[in-house]
Write a new protein. Structure first.
Lengths: 274, 248, 290
């Protein structure tokens, strides 16, 4: 009696799963086509704000629609180790919050994915910072991913570079980055989480210092023909330039605001003295 | 077959050896260019690579003013045993045990007072494990230290013996090690005649113990002759190479 | 940390600029390497690769993996889709750079992740054809454990070539699936060592890494760098290439400087040529000496 009931239950569950799978498939397909009314090369809205962590030397908060990342830079601060005698040591740590994703699970310890991404971000940024200007010091970058809706790496690199600028660390240039997902016949810039996790696709990430025209990071996973790679890299490089203009504008705005605040403060102070 | 018979009626063991025979040794010295000394050691299917660095300046300033410190790092590759196992460094008890064993053995045999304020690093890497890990590691370390030109009082030769069905057997492989019999690890200075370490797991009858120990000593002596032959051959090779260089 | 003097850097950079390296090679020359397969008896497949002093040993172990009902949890499903598990273990004795445990761990993860990124793509090995026991339920998982015994530069390329050879060498036992009345599945593993499935044909699309190191002037880059040369690298591009000259993975790593887009395109081009060449010679050699 029990056995037959169980069998029935299992069968029912299987049917349910099948239906769910089908639905999922349909969903994926529709997203692939519609892309939330965005064209293939269109970015989502980006919101940037620097200087929001008061304890840090520099900080930046970035939103690419639902993807939310907070980055803070500590340093350059003194290091007592002898090995950093010539140039500053550059550390980068990326952490997903436990609530950043409904699908992936993260806990308080750093897992391998986070370590790997930290390394990629570090490689992307290290070429832009004038480390030799800061001997015997350490520069730490902490990146916290609050919500993951795709394109986390781009958000992190952008935020980190802005935070470095906010901290007043000497750099050759800011690093702008752009990533894309290549499906069979299309290249989608600024992918969302769903687009990133589509099966049989390839991710490409490019980070670049536009003023020097140098690529500081290039990551691809999955196979593509030579021509597609070149095309995708070119597209991403153009995307970097677009992001760079946003970053630059934002940096200028925030500086202007800081100056204004300073002026206001000074005026207030002067009033007090009078 | 209900129970594995470890020794056949003809007196042959699972791998065809007699009870007083050791496995085939295959030895190469000086396999690594970077290290000060190195040795590749095969005892049957147990394969071990040992590299020695030093005597060199202590890194963590834990040096002793009157003698050298011997340090040992033991690690097993994850494909060395039949079952794949990821080993965490620092939590592996077997590794810690063997590290201490090697450290103790060689601190007493190396002329440590000749190298004050320095350390000697021994790295043991097990590529494949088929029983007798401890003894094989010790033998391999001896060769690597000799290759490094570190002055020693004597060789350290080790061998493990056991007693299966009342018969003392020499140099166990993995299957025999799991038979549950006693496992006696003996390491000696074959020329000076001192015992460096003597460990035994499980129990053995008192009247049999002496014969088991005897067999162990014989095994160590046998290994010693092979090792010293190899060392002599290796050094003559080095010498002749040097002469050739000088002539040219 | 290993260090190199400015004069040495000057010597190496100038040599590379004039297309002659310290060991007599030109920029696009590979060192001779030797491959041995099937050395480790405990593994399903194995290979040892020696390029000059660089020596790596790779063991492949096959495990049966059961996929539990993962519909509810997408994360698990992702985890379950991985048919390859990579670990890299650099012996502390391999290089003086590895003596610091923390640095060593980081390096191991970095290498393993790069390899995983190269091989994890579904197009690399036809999972349905070679690694499936019961579709949707039981699969073969390949645990690929690589060990670096000694290092003289160009580790990543060496690892990827050794892995490809080890996969060529891998055999899986044939498995008979028996389903009992309560839909419980049990296996009968064939004990005959001849009765096995070889992965020989499955590795057709398995890529290898070609690492291009840019040293000296922007447009001069070399392959198969030695340890000395690696100390004066400006930037480094690791490119995964398979037999069909598809580009399977790119990563720029461990470089202090950026690359111009034009250089990158050139690098990809030459990596493509060299990669295909190495794979075809390698396959020839493997076929001749199974």
């Amino acid at each position: 009696m029990r056995g037959s009931f169980r069998l029935f239950y299992i069968q029912k569950k299987k049917e349910q799963q099948k239906n769910e799978q089908n639905e999922n498939k349909n969903n994926n397909n529709s997203i692939d086509i519609q892309r939330n009314n965005r064209s293939d090369e269109q970015f989502r809205q980006i919101f940037l704000k620097s200087g929001i962590v008061s304890q840090a030397s520099g900080s930046c908060y970035i939103e690419i629609e639902k993807t939310k990342v907070l980055c803070s830079v500590h340093g350059p601060r003194a290091s007592h180790k002898t090995e950093e005698f010539v140039a500053a040591k550059f550390n980068c740590e990326l952490k997903y919050t436990t609530f950043s994703s409904s699908v992936d699970k993260y806990d308080y310890t750093e897992n391998n994915k986070e370590k790997d991404q930290s390394l990629i971000i570090r490689e992307a940024l290290i070429g832009s910072v004038r480390l030799e200007k800061y001997p015997k010091t350490v520069i730490d970058i902490y990146i916290l991913v609050l919500n993951d809706d795709g394109n986390v790496m781009v958000a992190s690199i952008t935020a980190a570079s802005m935070a470095l600028a906010d901290a007043g660390v000497e750099m050759y240039d800011m690093v702008a980055s752009c990533s894309s997902v290549c499906t069979k016949d299309r290249i989608l810039l600024d992918p969302s989480y769903q687009e990133e996790s589509l099966p049989n696709t390839t991710n490409i990430l490019v980070a670049k210092m536009p003023a020097l025209n140098q690529v500081t990071q290039l990551v691809q996973s999955g196979d593509l023909s030579y021509n597609t790679v070149i095309e995708a890299v070119d597209l991403n490089i153009d995307g970097c330039d677009k992001i760079y203009s946003i970053m630059k504008q934002n940096l200028i705005d925030s500086l202007e605001k800081q100056l204004k605040d300073k002026d206001n403060n000074n005026n207030n102070n002067n009033m007090d003295i009078k | 077959m209900s129970k594995l018979s470890y020794i056949s009626p003809d007196g042959l063991r699972v791998d065809g050896r007699r009870s007083n025979e050791i496995r085939r040794l295959n030895i190469k010295m000086g396999v690594s260019n970077r290290a000060d000394g190195s040795a590749y050691y095969e005892q049957g299917n147990t394969k071990i690579l040992v590299t020695v660095y030093g005597p060199r300046e202590s890194v963590n300033s834990k040096s002793l003013y009157d003698r050298a410190v011997v340090k040992c790092e033991f690690s097993m590759s994850s494909f060395s045993t039949t079952e794949r196992k990821q080993r965490q460094k620092g939590t592996d008890r077997q590794a810690t045990e063997i590290q201490n064993l090697i450290k103790q053995a060689f601190e007493s045999t190396v002329h440590v007072q000749l190298y004050p304020r320095s350390q000697i690093d021994i790295f043991v890497q097990v590529l494949q494990s088929d029983g007798g890990l401890k003894s094989a590691s010790i033998n391999a370390c001896t060769l690597a230290l000799i290759d490094a030109g570190i002055s020693m009082k004597d060789f350290v030769c080790a061998c493990n013996t056991s007693c299966i069905d009342g018969i003392p057997v020499l140099d166990l492989n993995n299957i025999e090690e799991r038979s549950g019999g006693p496992d006696l690890l003996l390491s000696i200075n074959p020329q000076l005649g001192g015992v460096i370490s003597l460990n035994m797991d499980s129990k053995v009858q008192q009247d049999l113990f002496e014969s088991v120990l005897d067999l162990g000593v014989k095994g160590c002596q046998k290994i010693f002759t092979i090792l010293s032959d190899q060392v002599k051959r290796y050094s003559t090779e080095l010498m002749s190479n040097q002469q050739q260089l000088q002539q040219s | 940390m290993q260090k190199i003097s400015n004069t040495e850097i000057y010597f190496i950079e100038n040599g590379i600029n004039s297309n002659l390296r310290a060991d007599g090679r030109s920029r696009n020359d590979y060192r001779h390497f030797s491959l041995e397969t099937g050395e480790i008896i405990h593994a399903s497949g194995s290979a040892r690769l020696k390029i000059s002093d660089t020596e790596v040993l790779v063991g492949v172990k096959a495990e049966i993996k059961e996929i539990k009902n993962a519909q509810s949890n997408n994360d698990k499903q992702q985890e379950d889709l991985k048919r390859f598990i990579f670990t890299v273990d650099c012996c502390q004795s391999a290089s003086s750079e590895f003596t610091e445990q923390k640095r060593l761990d980081q390096y191991n993860i970095e290498l393993a992740k790069q390899l995983e990124r190269l091989y994890s793509h579904p197009s690399v090995v036809d999972v349905d054809k070679y690694l499936t026991i019961v579709p949707g339920k039981f699969y073969w998982n390949l645990c690929i454990d690589a060990m670096v015994l000694d290092s003289d530069g160009n580790l990543l390329d060496a690892l990827s070539i050794a892995i490809r050879a080890a996969l060529y060498n891998t055999v899986l036992p044939k498995i008979k699936v028996i389903t009992s009345e309560y839909q419980e599945i049990t296996f009968e593993v064939s004990e005959d060592p001849e009765d096995v499935i070889s992965l020989k044909d499955a590795i057709e699309n398995v890529p290898i890494f070609i690492t291009l190191n840019q040293i000296g002037s922007q447009s001069s880059f070399i392959i198969d760098s030695t340890l000395q040369e690696e100390l004066c690298i400006n930037s480094k591009l690791c490119i995964g290439i398979n037999q069909k000259s598809m580009i399977c993975s790119i990563q720029k790593s461990s470089g202090m400087e950026g690359l111009e887009p034009q250089t990158i395109i050139q690098m990809i081009k030459s990596a493509k040529q060299i990669g295909v060449q190495i794979i075809s010679t390698m396959d020839k050699a493997l076929k001749l000496n199974p």
